[in-house]
Write a protein that binds this ligand. Structure first.
Ligand code: F6R
Length: 261
């Protein structure tokens, strides 16, 4: 796993957006897996700027969701479908036809999960999956003790995650659904390139456990250690608990530019 320490969230956003742009130049119809939450917003802003300036053509890009709340109407402003349409699909000038996600309103939730895994495979698999990390080490909504081999399925959010996400629901935890559909850890590991962005001191402990701790279902993001092409981009605050921070800095500083991320 490669760890890149950047000065701040904006620099992380720019770095990852450039990696996405480079991918789209190589493969214009690439399938980009996107995360929701606060952390990835600088990535979407930087990529939108590149598209609008003509630095990259994203018109054939395809976008897919990582997870979705169960039971929220699809047009609820905080359904992840709405969030991804608002933050990614529309700013990039894409149509809904280029976008796919699991159906959080389905009566048969497991069938919706299976359908989504099949749809991802039929689409040729995810080329680059952007991930955030929860304060408890979750990726997607694979909460601690999720199977490292899990496929897309329903999960129950921890109390901590519902507290963390209450800010999107006017601070009212009672409005935060208890259940989500999330790509499983095994599903996430199928993507060709995993890029995890973490910013802020609140993520420092989870980052250190994921990068430098043992691979463990207790820390779902530690599963990135099993992936042949995983990149962890952290700002200084999120890097503050890393024992090998100086090594990661020196390695990245000496990296040949042609390698990209
Ligand atoms: C959201 C997701 C979650 C978030 C994580 C961090 O689609 O998959 O894993 O990435 O909860 O959220 P923020 O970025 O809001 O701290």
């Amino acid at each position: 796993m490669e760890v890149v320490i950047v000065p701040d969230a904006q620099a992380g956003g720019e770095l990852i957006a450039e990696a996405m742009a480079a991918l789209l130049r190589r493969k214009p119809h690439a399938l980009l897996g996107v995360a929701t939450g606060s952390t990835p917003l600088p990535v979407y802003e930087a990529l939108t700027t590149k598209v609008r300036s003509g630095a990259v053509d994203a018109s054939r890009a395809r976008i897919c969701q990582l997870d979705e709340y169960v039971g929220l109407p699809a047009d609820h402003p905080e359904s992840y479908r709405s969030v991804v349409l608002r933050e990614v699909v529309e700013p990039l000038g894409l149509s809904e036809a280029s976008f796919m996600g699991p159906d959080g309103t389905a009566g048969d939730v497991q069938a919706a999960c299976d359908d989504y895994d099949s749809a991802l495979a039929a689409a040729g698999g995810v080329d680059l999956q952007l991930l955030g990390i929860g304060t408890d080490g979750h990726i997607g909504f694979n909460e601690p003790c999720s199977s490292l081999a899990s496929r897309t399925r329903i999960k129950t959010l921890t109390e901590q995650t519902r507290v963390d996400n209450a800010r999107f629901f006017g601070g009212d935890i009672d409005q935060v659904p208890h259940h989500v559909i999330t790509q499983g850890i095994g599903t996430i590991l199928d993507a060709r390139h995993l890029v995890l962005l973490a910013t802020g001191a609140g993520k420092a402990e989870a980052v250190a456990a994921s990068v430098e701790g043992p691979v463990s279902a207790l820390v779902p993001a530690s599963a990135l250690q099993l992936h042949p092409h995983a990149t962890v981009v952290v700002d200084e605050a999120a890097a503050s608990e890393l024992k090998l921070a100086d090594y990661f800095r020196a390695t990245y500083a000496a990296k040949p530019a042609w390698q990209g991320l």
